[in-house]
Design a protein around this ligand. Structure first.
Ligand code: SR1
Ligand code: MG
Length: 405
């Protein structure tokens, strides 16, 4: 008897998830009894089922949104529409960078499900970086991903009607509200979602009492709220990137929305900067530490260069509109994007240090005093990036600032 899963929403289980993929004929009917199903979700929000036929090694992923934030529990309800947003974003991104996102096989709006390519041969970038791995194509891939998805979704490429349709399609108020609160608001005030060790209170109060910092954080929050420039991933930290030596896949775009073009880059830079700081504790040998940290800074620098070059090439080839040939228009856009990315990076660094959702890079530093020391350094770095972002004109200024933190 087949279960009528498509009728109403219910959380899937390892026992019934196969019902969702049967129609794809991805596995032969006679293989069904041999399929191995595991719920492997370790994120904050969703169920993730890995379905594999061990003999042939064929596998699929079924991702299902829960009607609440798993990280907090059922007391924090959360829209299922984010599964639609995630599927639509993956499909839109695949139009310009198919090699950089997982392939989508099916979406089911009622069940809030996306069925996609299995990436078990990839590693989550955050984990790999903490362990000291390096990936030569990372910068080029993330720079290309950000530039291509930005350009093709922007007013520089789309007809104004189509652009506004896209903005409407990717209106994502509940997930944006999480970012508005957790990234741009709560860490700057004494809010109960914040989470930091008592010993950090002096550094944290310094932030809360810094009027210049608060004013600049407010500017960045306002940009996030109001500037619907390009389709963003919306949560581009190193846990949203799957990687191997020769493949990079950007996953989890459930926070996708139209926002300021520097936002994703800023989050990526911030997470590399946090890893850079944490390597002072994780990397045991000085030589190893130095080469890892150089790699992280080069990755930041090459990501920006790739973004700038790819976006500029697309602009020169394809930008439409009366100002597309006007001197300085592209330059102004790139400069604004660059300086925004630095400010957004500062917000991400601060919230990952004292906000609700931390990063393992810092939290896994075993010696608590050392951990505290680098958390203080992270807060100082984040604050500097937010306040001084308008004085940055070259990527080297950013990498020097991170190196000196
Ligand atoms: C309640 S969600 C907490 C964080 O996890 C997601 O990955 C986003 O970064 C969000 O801010
Ligand atoms: Mg995520």
């Amino acid at each position: 008897m087949s279960i009528q899963l498509e009728r109403t929403y219910e959380p899937l289980t390892e026992l019934n998830v196969i019902e969702v993929i049967r129609e794809l004929n991805y596995f032969l009917l006679e293989q069904e009894n041999e399929l191995v199903v595991n719920e492997i979700g370790d994120g904050n929000l969703n169920l993730v089922f890995h379905i594999e036929h061990p003999a042939t090694k064929r596998a699929l992923i079924v991702k299902q949104a829960l009607p609440y934030a798993k990280v907090v529990g059922e007391s924090w309800p959360l829209t299922l529409d984010r599964a639609r947003i995630e599927s639509e974003a993956l499909l839109t991104e695949a139009e310009s960078v198919p090699h950089l996102v997982p392939k989508v096989f099916k979406t089911d709006r009622t069940l809030a499900v996306t069925v996609m390519e299995d990436l078990s041969d990839h590693t989550i970038l955050r984990k790999a970086l903490i362990e000291g791995s390096t990936y030569p194509k990372l910068a080029e891939d993330i720079g290309t991903f950000s530039a291509s998805t930005a350009f093709y979704s922007s007013d520089f490429h789309l007809h104004p009607f189509e652009k506004k349709e896209q903005v409407a399609k990717f209106t994502n108020p509940e997930l944006c509200k999480i970012t508005e609160d957790l990234v741009f608001t709560d860490p700057f005030f004494d809010h109960d979602t914040n989470d930091f060790p008592e010993e950090l209170i002096d550094s944290v109060e310094k932030l809360w009492n810094d009027e210049e910092l608060l004013r600049n954080a407010a500017q960045l929050k306002y940009s996030f709220l109001t500037r619907a420039e390009v389709l963003l991933h919306g949560d581009l930290h190193t846990g949203s990137i799957f990687i191997t030596e020769n493949s990079t896949k950007v996953i989890d775009p459930e926070f996708a929305f139209y926002g300021p073009a520097g936002f994703d880059l800023g989050h990526f830079f911030a997470n590399l900067a946090l890893n850079h700081l944490s390597q002072n504790a994780h990397a045991k040998e000085p030589f190893n530490r130095e080469s890892l940290q150089n790699y992280l800074l080069e990755t930041i620098s090459n990501t920006w260069d790739t973004f700038e070059n790819t976006f500029s090439d697309l602009w020169h080839e394809k930008a439409a509109g009366p100002f597309s040939k006007t001197n300085g228009v592209l330059k102004d856009f790139l400069q604004q994007t660059f300086q925004d990315s630095i400010g957004f990076a500062g917000c991400e660094i601060i919230r990952r240090t004292i906000g609700l959702a931390h990063v393992a890079d810092l939290d896994s530093i075993e010696n608590k005093e050392v951990q505290l020391y680098y958390k203080k350094k992270a807060l100082e770095l984040g604050s500097k990036l937010i306040k001084k972002r308008s004085s940055f004109t070259t990527i080297t200024q950013l990498t020097d600032t991170i190196r000196g933190a």
